[in-house]
Design a protein around this ligand. Structure first.
Ligand code: ARG
Length: 567
């Protein structure tokens, strides 16, 4: 597609002693529409050239040659603003769209690069809490977007399925399993876990039995392994109720247990590095010079821990996937953990490229409008119930708005789930999220349902028009109204938007983009008749509607949201 940014940078580069690639990097897309399509800020140049930014902007402006894709330029403060020729913009978008259609925005940008996205990663026999919902949704959106940009993407659910707690679970299960139905397996397993913990506190001997169970599990004794497998199966069947509702998939479910027999190598390497030291009976890597507490590698009782399994996973993944990036979508509560293991990973004798590729993609907490959502017992928000409640609420709204609607159930599911997903992905991930039903399902707000609503509108316009969108017959002069150009400009930016999502690992950039596209289309729709006597205009406007339709659908799908046909 005609790359305005590059072309403008080329022109600027002719006037100053700065590399074109540098100019491209500093160029911005102004937030205000009346500031043009692109802006070149001159503040950084001011330092090297020892002149005021505004003077530099003026000088560049004067030296700029005439170029046929620029409508006008303007100096505002320290910025040089560029207005591109609308016909050329419209032409570029239509041509690109015509060649790519449903694949618009898809690229080979990431070709040859291997990206691991590790997400969801709930713990076996423990509730799937609202934080796990966030990692699942953020991870899924990133996974989809990387894939669309041509990266070889590997989605891993690093299940929390190992650790000494399983020795306890086994003991509790042995003793009391007949008292439970396991209809709600995770609930019952949690109850057993609480009970066995109490007993362990009272009775040292029981604790010893638990230790023995875990040892047997580590040694792969049949009985313990079979119980562990049972817990895993029961838990996964619960987790998959949620994954199925969300339609989330993984390429690998290799969790912590998978690394049980791969930790010794890590310990050996660390041992050899001379950095593994004894501390109160445990083996640790001292990180004082990095201002961090030591990273424990082996506990005093000899058993390995969470961090060691993560290190073994890093080693394994370098070999198995040769990753360029390995993203960990995990709550910010684990910031220190990841800082520690990324530091210790430097001792694993792996190529620096792998170290540089490790990235903790952290995210904030969820608050109910009425306060913090606690995961403490008794006050646990059950994710499956939350999703189903959203579907129920969506059903009620649909019944009010459109009582005779067909396929109500299917639509309500798309709207209810879509609303939750969009809400989760609508702000920078590190921000704590406010969960407020009224907002989430508001058809007029900046919400999932709003995007679906505008999408449904484009669909019905296309159906009513009964003509096939035809790019060849378009005269770009028919698409120059400011509202139409706003839609076109947004469409032009789709691919760049996806690239920013992956550059920053921030799905909200796409969420905001979709709101902008929906709003821009809505403004166009409200101000102009799409279908009229004028055949050419009708054709052009239908094509605009068609492009909007495809991109709203594609973008929403990348976030994990499905679009209803009617609403
Ligand atoms: N299972 C952990 C939890 O629920 C998250 C695992 C994160 N991933 C990792 N590689 N440590 O808190």
């Amino acid at each position: 597609m005609f790359n305005f940014k590059e072309k403008i940078a080329e022109e600027i580069a002719k006037t100053i002693q700065v590399e074109k690639s540098e100019i491209v990097k500093t160029m911005e897309i102004p937030k205000e529409k009346n500031m043009g399509d692109y802006a070149f800020p001159c503040f950084r140049l001011a330092k090297t050239l020892k002149k005021a930014p505004q003077i530099i902007a003026n000088e560049i402006n004067e030296k700029l040659g005439k170029c046929d894709f620029i409508e006008k330029t303007e100096v505002v403060g320290g910025y040089l603003n560029f207005y591109v020729k609308k016909e050329i913009l419209a032409q570029a978008v239509i041509e690109e769209f015509e060649t790519k259609k449903e694949n618009y925005g898809k690229s080979e940008y990431g070709k040859g690069k291997n990206i691991i996205v590790e997400y969801s990663s709930p713990n076996i026999a423990k509730p799937f809490h609202i934080g796990h919902l966030r990692t699942t949704l953020i991870g899924n959106a990133l996974y989809n977007t990387y894939k669309y940009l041509g990266y070889n993407t590997i989605g891993i659910n690093h299940l929390g399925d190992y650790g000494t707690q399983f020795g306890k679970m086994i003991e509790g299960y042995k003793r009391w399993h007949e008292e439970y139905t396991f209809e709600n397996p995770i609930e019952d397993l949690t109850k057993i876990y609480v009970r066995i913990n109490e007993l362990c506190k009272e009775d040292e001997n029981v604790l010893e039995l638990c230790r023995q169970n875990f040892k047997n599990l580590e040694e792969k004794k049949e009985y313990e392994v079979s119980l562990w497998e049972k817990f895993k199966e029961l838990s996964l069947s619960e987790f998959y109720k949620i994954y199925d509702l969300l339609d989330v998939k993984f390429d690998s479910l290799n969790g912590e247990a998978f690394y049980a027999d791969k930790m010794q190598e890590v310990i050996d390497i660390l041992e050899k590095s001379g950095k593994l030291i004894e501390s109160q009976g445990a083996k640790v890597i001292d990180l004082e010079d990095k201002n961090m507490p030591p990273c424990i590698i082996c506990k005093s009782n000899g058993s390995s821990i969470y961090a060691t399994r993560d290190l073994a996973a890093i080693l394994y993944r370098t070999r198995k996937y040769d990753f360029d990036k390995c993203l960990y979508v995990v709550a910010y509560e684990q910031n220190l953990h990841f800082k520690q293991i990324f530091e210790v990973a430097k001792l694993l004798e792996i190529d620096e490229k792998y170290i540089n590729g490790l990235e903790h993609v952290s995210y904030g907490m969820v608050h109910l409008k009425t306060g913090k959502m606690s995961t403490r017992e008794g006050n646990v928000i059950k994710v499956e119930e939350l999703l189903n409640e959203s579907i129920e609420r969506a059903t009620k709204i649909l019944e009010e708005k459109n009582p005779n609607i067909e396929n109500k159930e299917e639509i309500a599911k798309k709207v209810g789930i879509g609303a939750i997903i969009f809400n989760d992905l609508s702000n920078s991930r590190i921000k704590d999220e406010i969960f407020d039903w009224d907002n989430i399902l508001n058809f007029q707000g900046e919400t999932g349902p709003y995007i679906q609503y505008i999408y449904v509108r484009t669909k019905s316009v296309l159906e009513n028009a009964k003509i096939t969108p035809n790019a060849e017959k378009i005269n770009t002069a028919d698409l120059l109204e400011p509202e139409a150009i706003d839609v076109i400009r947004t469409i032009y930016n789709f691919e760049d938007t996806l690239k920013s999502v992956t550059d920053k690992n921030e799905p909200y950039i796409l969420s905001k983009y979709l709101i902008e596209l929906a709003k821009n289309y809505s403004a166009f729709y409200n101000n102009y008749k799409i279908i009229s006597e004028d055949e050419n205009k009708t054709n052009a406007r239908i094509y605009l509607t068609y492009m909007t339709n495809v991109i709203l659908n594609k973008g929403a799908n990348l976030l994990g949201i499905k679009m209803p046909d009617k609403m």
